[in-house]
Structures are given as C-alpha cells and as structure tokens.
Design a protein around this ligand. Sequence first.
Ligand SMILES: [Zn+2]
Length: 299
Amino acid sequence: MKNKHILSNAALAAGLLAGASFASAQSPVPAPAAARTFKLGDFTVTTIRDAEFEAPNDAKIFGANAGPEAVGKVLAAADAPTDKITLSVDALLVKMPHHLVLLDTGLGPDAHGVLMDSLAKVGVSPADVTDVLITHSHGDHVGGLATADGKTAFPNAKVRMSTKEWAWMQSQAGAKSLVSAISSQVQTFEPGKQVLPGITPIAIDGHTPGHMGYEIVSKGHRLLDIGDTAHSSIVSLAKPDWTMGFDSDAAIGASSRRATLIRLSKTHELIFAPHFPFPGVGQIEAKGEGFNWRPDVPR
Ligand SMILES: [Zn+2]
C-alpha cells in the first residue's frame, strides 16, 4: 500500500521507532485539517488535528496478552468494527498571556500530518509558537518538530521535555537528524514543578522512560493532557490492564494507566487524550471493572 510505504519511510527518517512502533504498525486514513477551540479560565485552548490511523485487530499492539477475539468482543460491545482499532493523532494549543504553547507536534510533513494546516485554520503560523511541550519522543508526537527539509519547524520556540525523555531521545540512533534540528532549543525539566504559569508536567510512567502528562490550570479550571497513558477510547479504557504494545515497560504502563484512570474517574477532571476521537476532550467515568469515555468540550 503506497501510503503505508511513504509513512514507514517517513517514520524511519524521524527515527524514533525502535521495537513496536506507532506508525509502522498502523495504516493512515485521510484526515482533513481541523481545530476545535474552547475557553479554560483565562486560557484559550484548541485541539489541533494531525492524522488518523487504523490498527488491525491482530493483538500485536492492543491486548497483546488477550488475543484478537477478546479485543473484538470489547470493540463489538462499543458498536465499533471488530477488525481494527481507529486512533486520532491530535495536538493541543494553549494561548495564554505572553505564551503560545503547543503540546506535541504530530507525525510531521513526510508522514502527511496536517498539523500545520490545522494551526493555520486558527491563524497560527509556526513562528508564533513560543513553547513546545513534549509528552514523549515517539514519532507521532515529535515528528512535526522538523520541516520536510530537516530544519526546526518552530524557530522561535523553546522545546521542553523531561530530562529523562531528552536523554532517551538522544540515545536513539534513528533520531539523530531530529535531535540536531532542535537541540539548541531544548530545555529540560523535572516533573512536578510548573514549566509555564499554569502548566505543570506530571510523570505518568511506563510508556517511555520520561513520559509526561501536563496539568493546565487557569482560574480554577483544569485540563490534563494525558499523553499516551491511554490510546484507544474503547479498548484502553475497558481493559486498562491489558498489555499495550507501545509501552516500553508493559507492567508499569498498565499499572499507571489504571491508577491515572481511577483518579480521573473520581475527580471528573477534564482531559485531553491525543489518540481519542477528535477533538479528544472529555471525562473518564468508571464502568464495571474498567472505564468509559464521555466526550465533553466546554464552550
Ligand atoms: Zn502516541
């Protein structure tokens, strides 16, 4: 399949795809540029669409320890097709006084991500972005940091990620060109302390060595970008303990996924999930032994 071939090459060029990789395991589906804006206290928040993917239900990624039949039952119970798992790839834009912040950057131009077109829909050009916050360095989150010709895509931005994640990203042989494109802009941090007024990185362990969620708070209104704590709004929530093939530590990934979902189902806090159906904003509810997704975008 031609698209898949292009995507694989681009993903390899982005170079962050050792082992179970996001892009090479899945097929892209055409996704038009899209942006959805809402208010969070004094902040203006916009969900930015980059791409959409279908992963075959072959239990290589989802339910790797459960099998396709069990995964199919979960999909059927949600009235979803049982032969595939569909994921969005979205980023988040936060406009606050003195800062225009982008959380994650999508797959990048070589992989046909439409992030830049989606930003243009809300009048944002790459040079306007002052800060890029990275949840983790998988290709579907950092691929958009570089342009098609290998230059930095956000020339005026500080690129912030956890100390552990930057160390891990630099250790990936295939990430070399991306690392050199952004290295002069990178500022690392330790989780738990504000990186910008109203934005605090929260360690959510297991997906990658330095994977972060970001808590965004303005005037008592809050939103948690959960990064890749959960991928499928159906399978990852109904069966949070199932092995997720993209988690670098499957056991820790599963336990921190359940712990995070338990907490969110009690607080009813608004979350943004980059891989849930666009715009990926809503709340987690407890349901049976698992959880349920309740899409809910504030006005
Ligand atoms: Zn991802």
